[in-house]
Structure formats: structure tokens, C-alpha cells
Design a protein around this ligand. Structure first.
Ligand SMILES: [Zn+2]
Length: 305
């Protein structure tokens, strides 16, 4: 049987093997144990260069994981995560990402690859080919489309649903949201904030098509002062979300923002839900005639009441 060559086809191949294996042993289908899968599968398919190390290491700050040749020069490989990261979901997603690099990129990168926290959010293969491919692989392996679609069918999306999905698949909350972003017909954006600024943001295809996005990777952009993310609201307020008037977030539209903060508050993850239809050109012209600067004051006034 010939071996797959694309991220999706590799993920599909492993998904088929796993489904049969789990069913035969009466084991649950999810979450996927990447550590065991990586070692068992690579030993069978590439006995000359299997993955024999899967573990956490003390890596520098900002580094999420690595694909590395075995230091003994035997041709074996290791996939590692940064053990200072406590989240089991992030660790598991990182291992799947590194397994993707092993399957797709190890020949072109014989000295291995080091992947940053941001690389885990590089899901756009047009922007960053190999990181995008590793993420596509990890996303399809850990969250197969048919199961993911079945989980969200008929449900309105909020952070609770996303948290549940992140737990089902043992992935980071960011990965679960990004997966949803890639398939949704909703106009939505994920914004990751750090130290008062937008670290990166990603618009769903329908939102992007209506021209709403942040160039956060190229341009330094402050988190909007009225946003939940910038105000560092408490956990319940963030999770419950807030319907902002037009003018708080990108585009002249009201936006529902739901935000969670990482335990140490070093970053915020906001899910922005825009109205299903973008404003028409006629409405846009009307909006532009209104004074725009008082939306922040109005919003803060509403809050104080
Ligand atoms: Zn990578």
C-alpha cells in the first residue's frame, strides 16, 4: 500500500487504523493517545527511523515543541513538548503537530524542527507552509471532521461548547476554536491578546470575505479598551460574554465577545461573533455619517448603570 503524501491523507490513514484498533479492543475512540500512536505506527511503517522518544523537556520560553533526531545518531526520532506547559490539551496537540512534521517534513529537515507557540496557530498553509501542514495534520487526526460536525450540530457556539470539545479531543481551547473557524459558515473571529495587544487574530472565511480582519502579525494593534479582553473581567463575566455596540471591535457592527483568560492571565482568548449578514453598503454609508467616537463612552455608561 502506498503511503500518503498530504496532511489530510496522512490523518485519514491514521484515523482508519485507530478506528479499527479501538473498536476491536472495545476502547473509546477519543481522545487520541498521540504518544502511543506515534511510536507504534512509526515502528511498523519506518522500522529504520522510528519515533522512540516521546516526552516533555525543559524548552526555552515560547517554544511549544520539537521534532528532533535521536542524539545517538541511530536514525531514530523524538517528538517532545515543553514540559513547563501544564495544559494536557496543549501538550497533546503539540505532539500531534510534531508527528505531522515527522511524517511530512523530516527528510527535508534532517536536523529537526523547533516550533513556537505561534506556530501552533499558523493554520494557513499559504502563509506558512510547513507549520500550516503540521497543524492541518494535527487538526484532522485529533478532531476528524465527521465527528466534529456531529458534536456541534444544532448547537449555538459558545465557550462552554468549545471547552467541551477541547476536552473530548484533548486539544487546546485555541485548537478547538480554530477547527470550528475552518468549517463554520458563521462570521466569527478568534483574537488572542497578550499584555494589552492583539497577539494574533483569525477570521472565519465568511467574515474574511466581508473584509473584517486584523493584520495583527504585521501591525501592532491594541486590544480595544472597551473589550472584555482588555478589561480583564472576571471568569464568569468573560465566559458569559457581552454584546458590544458597533465600533468596539473591527468593523462598524455590533459584536458578541466571549473571553477566557489563561490561568496566569498571560493571555486572553476572545471569540467574536458577528451578525450573520454583513451590513449592506447603504447601511455602511449611514453608519459613517453618525458620530463614531461616543460608542466607548456609551458602553461604559451602560455598564455603570
Ligand atoms: Zn511546527
Amino acid at each position: 500500500m502506498s503511503l500518503p503524501t498530504t496532511p489530510q491523507s496522512w490523518a485519514n490513514r491514521l484515523t482508519k487504523i485507530l478506528s479499527l484498533h479501538q473498536a476491536a479492543h472495545g476502547l473509546p475512540r477519543f481522545p487520541i493517545d498521540v504518544a502511543t500512536l506515534a511510536q507504534d505506527f512509526s515502528r511498523q511503517v519506518y522500522p529504520e527511523s522510528p519515533i522512540t522518544i516521546v516526552k516533555g523537556l525543559q524548552l526555552s520560553k515560547g517554544v511549544e515543541g520539537m521534532l528532533m533526531p535521536h542524539p545517538n545518531g541511530s536514525g531514530e526520532w523524538g517528538i517532545v513538548y515543553n514540559e513547563t506547559i501544564r495544559s494536557p490539551g496543549r501538550r497533546n496537540f503539540t505532539l500531534a503537530h510534531e508527528l505531522g512534521h515527522y511524517l511530512l517534513h523530516r527528510h527535508a529537515h534532517p536536523s529537526g524542527l523547533e516550533c513556537t507557540n505561534r506556530n501552533m496557530a499558523d493554520w494557513d498553509e499559504r502563509r506558512n507552509k510547513i507549520e500550516g501542514e503540521a497543524n492541518t495534520f494535527a487538526s484532522y487526526l485529533l478532531m476528524p471532521l465527521d465527528d466534529f460536525r456531529a458534536q456541534i450540530k444544532g448547537r449555538s457556539i459558545d465557550i462552554d461548547v468549545m471547552t467541551e470539545l477541547a476536552e473530548r479531543y484533548a486539544v487546546s481551547l485555541t485548537a478547538a476554536i480554530l477547527k470550528w473557524m475552518t468549517i463554520t459558515e458563521k462570521r466569527a473571529m478568534i483574537v488572542v491578546g497578550k499584555e494589552g495587544f492583539i497577539d494574533w487574530a483569525w477570521s472565519s472565511e465568511p467574515l474574511l470575505k466581508s473584509g473584517v480582519f486584523y493584520r495583527a502579525r504585521q501591525v501592532v494593534t491594541e486590544l480595544p479598551p472597551a473589550s472584555l479582553a482588555a478589561r480583564e473581567v472576571d471568569w464568569d463575566t468573560g465566559r458569559h460574554g457581552h454584546q458590544h455596540p458597533a465600533g468596539v471591535w473591527a468593523s462598524s457592527e455590533p459584536v458578541r465577545e466571549i473571553t477566557v483568560f489563561s490561568p496566569s492571565n498571560e493571555m486572553s482568548i476572545s471569540l467574536l461573533l458577528y451578525p450573520d449578514s454583513p451590513p449592506s453598503r447603504w447601511e455602511m454609508a449611514e453608519l459613517e455619517e453618525e458620530p463614531t467616537l461616543d460608542t466607548f463612552d456609551k458602553f461604559m455608561g451602560d455598564e455603570a448603570r
